[in-house]
Structures are given as C-alpha cells and as structure tokens.
Design a protein around this ligand. Structure first.
Ligand code: ZN
Length: 560
C-alpha cells in the first residue's frame, strides 16, 4: 500500500438511498483503503409494486474492489446483512467478519442462492481484534433484540471511532449478558475522536424496555388467551421468538413455527445455542391438530402484512393447515416501515372479521424495544466523551433529535454533523465536515431474480398499469404496400370493459388503420419505430379525449 500522508482526512460514507442513514451499509475510507460496515437491505414501501428489496447503491465502489480491506458485520438483522448475496461478487468477494450467530444467519441465507459462491466468514466475538490495514478493529458485545450483537472500536490513522451498532442498555437481557460498562469506559479512556451512535430511539423519551419487561408484557397475553395463540413477528427478531417459546413452555403449549425464513433462523439459533427450547416443545404444523387449542402456539412471519408471508395466507384462508377461528388470539406487530400502515390495518381488520382477538403489540416490531432511547443515548455520549458526533441508523428526524441531544449535553455545534446517505463526511483531528456534492445513492431495487434492472421507469410503468391498465394494438401490415391488412386486433386489461365499448373500439380500429397507412407511406423502406411511436401517441391522445384515462399503449406491428 502506498505511503499515506499524515494530513489525509478519513472519509465516512453512509449508503442506502433514502433509507435510514448508514443502517444498511457504511464505508470508512482512508488513503484509498476502504472498510465496509454491514451490507443489508430495506423492505420496499407500498408504492413500489413488485419490488422485493432495496439494496445499497454501490456504484461508488466500482473499480475500487481491490481497495476494499474487508467487511465487518455488527449483527444478524436483515437490514444489516440482507444484501450479501446480491453484492458480494460485485465487490470482488472481500473478506468477511461476523459473530457466530450473524455468521450462521448469513451462511444459511446464502444457501438460497445456489449460483452464488460459498462464503468464507471469519468468526469474531467480544474482545476479538483484527487488523485491516490501516484500520484496527476491536469488537465488543452490546445489547440489542437479537443476540451476538457487536459494537466496533476502530483505530484509524486520524483517531479512534466508536460505532455502537444497534444497541440498548439492558440490565435484564435474554440469552445475553448485561452491558459491560467497564469495557465502554476503557474505550473512552483511549480517547474517542468520533462517536457513531444508533439513532432509532432518539425521539423516544426515557429508557428502552428491558427484554425481561417485554417478556412480562407478553405473558399478560398468554394469561388472557384460552385458545390458540398466533404470534406474528420478524424472522430475525430472535429474542421475541425465544420469549414466545419460553412462555409457551411455561403455559404448557407446543410451538409450531411457520415461515421458511423463521424456521431456518430458529434452526441456526438453536444449533448455536442462542435459542433454547425443551425437547418436544417445537412441533410440526400439521401436528397442531393432535392437541387442544389451549396448548398450541403458532409462531409465524407476516407481522408487516407482507403479501406472501404466513399470517397473510392464514388471514386470507389460503394456508394449508391453519384457519382462524373464534377463541384464537393473534399477536401482531405494529408496522415497522413508515408507509405500510394501511396494509397492516387491512390485515388486522381481516383477522378481526374472523372473530379472532388481536393484540397489537409494538414490541413485535423489529425496531421496537431494541434501541436505546433518549436517556441511554445521553449516557452513551457521556461515557464516550467523543470530540465529534455523527448520529447514524435513523430517519432524518431521528438524527436531528439525536444531534440536539448531543449538543444539549455540551458538544459544540460545529462538532456535531447530521448527514444523509450518499454524502461524504470528512474527519481529521481538528474538524468534521461534509464534502460538497456526494456519491450516487439512488435506490437499487431487487425484483425477483433481477438486481437493479428495475429503475424508476419500470416503477412508473407499473404505476400506470395499476392506474389505467393497458391497451395492446396488433396490426398486420403488408410489407409491399405499407397498408394495414384486415382489421387490427385490440386487447386491453384494466382499461375499459371491451364488450360495453364497441363504439370506442370501432373508432379506434379506424384510427389505427389511418395512422399506419399514413405513417408507413406508400411502400418502400418503412420506419417501423416511427409508425409505432405515432400509434402510441395518437391513439393515446384519442383514448384520453374519449375516456380521460391514460392506459399504457403497446403497439405491435407485424409485417406480412
Ligand atoms: Zn438491528
């Protein structure tokens, strides 16, 4: 590696479009060397039909693959690991570092992508130190709502950076130890130049609930439910899954797990000892018929109202074994992604119509209960005494709120910056500032098997199709004369009811013939692209004046 100038700035780059800042992926760059922190995805919103995931835009890294010194993962939530199968080969397969549970979840998921190479992931744990020149990273455990979560203490040529990961201070965690405050103070002793801290809970006052308190809240639902309990949550919310299993055992219930991703996560977590259950507690779904309702818990995915997830199929009576009935209690999370509230509302109504009780418990959300709130965030800043502060992992309002908090306890205004994804933050011993301009950070959408081939144009088409339908015109044209042969065919979906629009169709056909005959000219070489454009524009205009609708028009011209 080339000799580095002492005066170089460290650059910090959060990636991920309009997602929460730095939650899906972050880069630290110094003298050309790039360290990547996390590689996750975001679920789409209601206005993105057919999109499965949104992954970080990595075009900045194109041509810099050799400069990537490694990827470190903080924890196993999909918004921190989910993009691995889509991005690894594009990044030149850099070396990976993760805790045992995080590693297990990444490796298991990779198996669903048989075309992707097998991954080698280096295992790290509390206290592990690695050197990815010019960075030295020390991992430390910190509480969250998934076990085996690691914060990062990073020594860089400009100074030390502390990255909290997603975190909360939990005096009573599940399958985990309470926060090691002495360790945090030791890092602080070594001087923190910059603190990067989780902002998810920065708008919430007080202290986050401990996992033990959440368990007690859930127990109330168990006490009040005489029939089956159907608990919908997120597949990677390992602590909630453990709590439901623990309570089921306490109240003599068997647990059936439904949903592929949840099943596999439970399997890995059990093998690694992060989920504990007694022998015989977990049963197959079809075995639920062998037990009275009062002894059954069903744990499933679909808390978000995702179309294909288990709870949705149960509510829509499409599930193979499970139908809702009177006496059932459904525990549902409130929606986690702003914009999905309506979907969750419809789901909730559907469940209630089937005479089932619904408990809308916020802590089933992936982000609820797992993140430090104002008092803990202040405490973190007070312990670390950083010179500079950059709030991360939050929507803009959360970052602002976190920044205010930091200034409120004494950090100078100029030492606190709020940045968005795609902006480049510069850091040296003396100051922190945001570069002018930025790097590409628009959405990259994953649609089924395609990555990034669905851009805004495709999305706009899907909107138009959904709004005014489509209108296909098929015209046979004589190659010699350039004239339409016979009557053009018209196929339409979602536009108007064709049988009741005979007049409109007849007029349209007449127009099609006129447009083609005129545009194709009088024989010779015909510009078919021009003919199609004319059809699209003129028929579009015509249909709009007749119906005030703008269906998508697809002209098909066949030469015969
Ligand atoms: Zn998390």
């Amino acid at each position: 590696m080339k000799k580095l100038s002492k005066r170089s700035n460290l650059r910090i780059i959060p990636l991920g479009g309009l997602s929460e800042v730095g939650r899906n992926m972050m880069l630290l760059e110094y003298g050309g060397a790039i360290l990547i922190i996390d590689m996750g995805f975001r679920l789409p919103e209601e206005d993105m039909p057919g999109i499965d995931y949104i992954i970080p835009n990595i075009s900045y890294l194109k041509g810099k693959e050799k400069n990537i010194v490694g990827v470190v993962f903080t924890h196993g939530h999909y918004d921190h690991i989910g993009a691995v199968p889509y991005l690894m080969d594009k990044l030149g397969n850099p070396s990976l570092y993760a805790s045992s549970l995080t590693r297990g979840i990444i490796l298991k998921r990779q198996k669903d992508f048989p075309l992707q190479p097998k991954l080698e992931i280096n295992k790290v744990k509390d206290g592990s130190k690695i050197k990815l020149d010019p960075f030295k990273i020390e991992f430390f455990r910190i509480n969250h709502n998934i076990p085996d979560n690691l914060g990062l203490f990073i020594e860089t040529p400009v100074g030390n950076i502390l990255h909290t990961s997603d975190f909360k201070f939990d005096p009573n965690p599940v399958n985990d130890l309470p926060t090691n405050f002495q360790k945090l103070r030791d890092f602080s002793e070594r001087k923190i130049l910059l603190l990067l801290s989780d902002s998810t809970g920065a708008e919430e006052v007080g202290h986050s609930l401990s996992e033990k308190e959440i368990l007690q809240n859930l127990e109330e639902i168990f006490k009040r439910s005489p029939g089956r309990i159907i608990a919908a949550t997120f597949a990677s919310l390992i602590n909630r899954i453990q709590q439901i299993i623990t309570l089921s055992e306490k109240y003599g219930r068997k647990v059936a797990i439904e949903g592929y991703s949840m099943k596999t996560n439970v399997e890995i977590s059990k093998i690694l000892g992060y989920i504990k259950s007694k022998k015989g507690t977990l049963i197959k779904t079809k075995e639920i018929l062998n037990y009275p309702d009062s002894r059954i818990t069903i744990l499933c995915t679909g808390a978000q109202g995702e179309g294909s997830a288990v709870l949705m199929r149960i509510a829509n009576k499409e599930h193979r074994f499970i139908r809702l009935k009177k006496g059932d209690a459904v525990i549902l999370s409130s929606s986690v992604i702003p914009g999905n509230e309506r979907t969750v509302q419809v789901l909730k109504d559907d469940i209630l119509r089937q005479k089932t009780k619904v408990f809308h418990y916020k802590m089933m959300d992936i982000h609820a209960g797992g993140h430090a709130q104002k008092e803990e965030l202040k405490e973190m800043i007070k312990i670390m005494k950083p010179k500079f502060f950059l709030p991360i992992h939050g929507q803009y309002s959360m970052l602002v709120s976190h920044a205010e908090l930091a200034k409120g306890i004494g950090l100078p205004e100029k030492n606190v910056v709020v940045a968005e994804n795609g902006r480049v933050i510069n850091l040296n011993q003396k100051r922190i500032f945001i570069e002018r301009g930025g790097i590409p950070s628009n959405y990259v959408m994953v649609d089924g098997l395609g990555i990034g081939d669905v851009g805004e144009v495709v999305l706009r088409d899907r909107h138009n199709l959904a709004k005014d339908g489509m209108f296909v015109i098929v015209a046979l044209v004589d190659r010699q004369s350039g004239k339409v042969k016979g009557s053009p065919d018209i196929i339409s979906r979602g536009f108007v009811y064709l049988r009741e629009s005979k007049e409109l169709l007849a007029e349209t056909r007449k127009k099609v013939i006129g447009i083609v005959n005129e545009a194709a000219g009088s024989g010779g070489a015909v510009n078919w692209v021009y003919v199609k454009d004319e059809l699209r524009n003129k028929i579009g205009q015509f249909l709009f004046t007749k119906t005030q609708r703008r269906p998508m028009i697809l002209p098909v011209v066949i030469e015969v």
